[in-house]
Every structure is written in C-alpha cells, then in structure tokens.
Design a protein around this ligand. Structure first.
Ligand code: GMT
Length: 374
C-alpha cells in the first residue's frame, strides 16, 4: 500500500505512535509518505520505503495567523496524486482530519481513503473546547475509518460526539526488541550509587502530566529509600518542577536530562516509573517503561487501567494522592522479591499483549477493510 501519514512531528505520544507505525509498515513493504511540517522526531535515519514531504506555510503579511491547515491540505492532495497514495492516515483529529477532508475534496474521484486515529487530548481537551467541537465532530465523521488507542477513548468519543460511525480500538504498541531490560548496569553508575534506586519520569511537562506530583512522590520515597529521580523531556512546567525540587531540598537528587531521542537506552537504568497524570487516554510512555521491565505508579484515570494492572505490574491510585503513590513505591522498592515479580510481569505483558508485531497487523487489516469499502 502507499500510505500518507500526518502527525505532530514534535515529541509527544501521538507523534511517536505515528512515526513508529510508519517505520513498522515500511519494514513490512508498504510505501510510507510522512507529510508534516518538520521531520518526525523519532525518524532520524534513512529507512527504506519512507519518504518525507515538508509542509511549508506562507507568511504573507496579511495573514495574522498562518493558514497551516490549508497548506497541509494542498500538500496532502499534491503528494497523494504524485505518489498514488491509497490511504491518508492522520493522527490527532485537529487539524489533521480537517486537512485530510479538504485534500479529498480537492482530489474528488481520485482521492485516497482517510483514516483518523484519535489519541486523547484531541478529544478530551481540544475537541471538547466549544470552539473546536463542531469541526472536530465533522472531521471525524468525514473520515472513512476512525481508530482510538483505548477502550476509554473510544467510549468517551462515541458519547461526547454522538457519532453515527463505529470506532475501531487499536491499542498503542511497543517494539519490545528495542525497548527491553538491560543487564548491563555500568551506565547506571553515572546517575546513582549501587545502593540507591532510580525513579524516572518522561513527558512533555504540560499541566496534564502533573509533574509537580512527581517531585512530591519522589521526596516521600527518597526519605525512606535513598534514590535518584531522572526527568526526561521538556515543556512549560519543567522550570516549576525544578524550582519545587529546590524548595523541597532534593535538587541534588533530581537529574533533568531534557529531551532525549533514544529513551530506550535510559529507561532500563531505572527501577520504577512515575506517571501521576490528570488524564491519559493510553499512556504510551508507561508501556515503553514496562517493556523495559519498569513497574509504573500511575493515576487511576482514562486508559491507564488498560495498560497497568494494579498490584501486578504497577499501582493505580487516585488523582493527586501523592502520599499513597509514595507508599506503594516504598512497598515495592523495599522488597527485592516483589520488585522482581513486578518487573517480570511488566515485560511479559508488553511482549504478550502490546508488541508491535501483534498490533501493526491490526492496522493493516483495518486499512484493507477501509480501502475495500471504496
Ligand atoms: O499527552 C501527551 O503525551 C501527548 C499526547 C499526544 O497526542 O501527542 O498523548 C496522547 O496520545 C498518546 C499516544 O496515543 C497517549 O499514549 C497519551 O495517553 C495521550 N495523552 C493524553 O491523553 C493526555
């Protein structure tokens, strides 16, 4: 198949899923065309069957707001025609599904099919903002196929948007050969002493991630079990978080590494992953951590219970309950046996339920179904 993929190319779950999916599909012989405003951040090497087409936006002085959606639609139409694209797969409804609708309208009969994958904030935050509601609903419904990354997201989309189309649930996936536990602990010494544990958090440090809770949980754990906290990623709340670690006098135990391209090399160094988000439609980073053998302490919200099993491979606790999250962290880290069991359960679940080799074929089957319905 010739498949056009559009996503937000910057660090973030939906961009990661779109890019990893493109890479996997290319490996399986499909021709993949990324149509984005910059190269997707996890696509940093040449890969056979993958093409990148940049979307440029005109900056004519009259335009107070550059019309990105229109430039994207034109580029989608142009690439679809030139490369005989069978299907445009857009990740994140706004504005990508809208641009795909416009591209199809430009191409008329020669147009590719459109599949929209909903990731979460496009529905929970953006789509339900009144000003975006109508266009989100319209664009989703105009797609030939709609997928959502969790049952939770499928359910709220169907109820909030009153759609008269079905949504296929295809969960996120992980390459368990790349994201795997490591026996080589030498690099660990760079961050912590042998007797210390390492806790990790990775995100884009937006308010929805409640990164200050990460610091609060860590402080309580560190009081009982000497540990280090590694923060990966960058975003609007990072400076607040670092300031809080200073106020709580744990700044010497918090290591901020900023944005990192190869988190699969860092995750296996840690013992525990913290994800106290206000909302997660899935929590891809939790799955990547679990694939590296890290139990996850997270909030009991959104699609996280579809990824983390409470008391088996992590713990799910009420939003904002940093004390209970810390208590569970201490419980886990103070028993080597329990920690080992949880680690094994994490890895097992990632391999048996969420490996890319199991999930990517579901997208292929879905594409065929959508194209077959021409
Ligand atoms: O919240 C993020 O990290 C970014 C956001 C995105 O769209 O890029 O992530 C959403 O999509 C991810 C991939 O499907 C999911 O794993 C995240 O749970 C989801 N984020 C939220 O729902 C807050």
């Amino acid at each position: 198949m010739h498949i056009g993929i559009t996503c937000y190319p910057v660090a973030g779950g939906s961009g990661v899923v779109a890019t990893e999916l493109g890479i996997e599909l290319a490996k399986r012989g499909h021709q993949i065309h990324f149509i984005t405003y910059s190269p997707p951040f996890r696509l940093q090497r040449f890969i056979e069957n993958i093409y990148y087409h940049e979307v440029e936006v005109s900056n004519y002085p009259l335009f107070r707001f550059p019309p990105y959606t229109m430039s994207l639609a034109c580029r989608m139409a142009e690439i679809s025609k030139q490369w005989h694209v069978d299907l445009l797969h857009v990740h994140y409804a706004i504005p990508h599904a809208t641009a795909a609708f416009l591209a199809r309208s430009i191409l008329k009969k020669e147009s590719p099919k459109v599949v929209t994958t909903l990731h979460g904030t496009d529905i929970t935050l953006v789509g339900m903002d009144k000003s975006f509601y109508g266009i989100t609903q319209f664009s989703i419904e105009e797609s030939d196929g709609i997928t959502a990354v969790s049952e939770f997201l499928k359910k709220i989309t169907l109820s909030e948007f009153n759609l008269n189309k079905d949504i296929e649930m295809i969960p996120n996936f992980v390459d368990t050969e790349r994201f795997k536990p490591s026996m080589d602990k030498r690099q660990r010494k760079q961050f912590a002493r042998d007797e210390e544990k390492i806790l990790m958090h990775i995100s884009n440090f937006r308010p929805v991630k409640r990164t200050e809770d990460v610091i609060k949980i860590f402080k309580l754990i560190n009081e009982e079990i000497p540990s280090k906290l590694i923060l990966i990623g960058d975003g609007p709340d990072l400076s607040k978080v670092l300031l809080l670690s200073k106020e709580l006098e744990i700044e010497d135990r918090v290591i901020s590494l900023g944005g990192q391209d190869y988190v699969e090399n860092l995750l296996p160094l840690a013992d525990l992953f913290l994800l106290p988000s206000e909302q997660e439609s899935f929590g891809l980073v939790a799955l990547e951590a679990m694939s590296c053998g890290l139990p996850v302490i997270a909030t009991n919200v959104g699609g996280l219970p579809e990824v983390v099993s409470d008391g088996i491979d992590g713990y799910l606790l009420p939003l904002g309950d940093v004390r209970s999250m810390a208590e569970k962290g201490i419980e886990l880290l103070s028993s080597e046996n329990r920690l080992r069991n949880f680690k094994e359960n994490c890895r097992k679940k990632a391999v048996e339920r969420f490996d890319s080799r199991l999930i990517v074929p579901l997208y292929e089957e879905y594409y065929e179904k959508v194209i077959g319905g021409r």
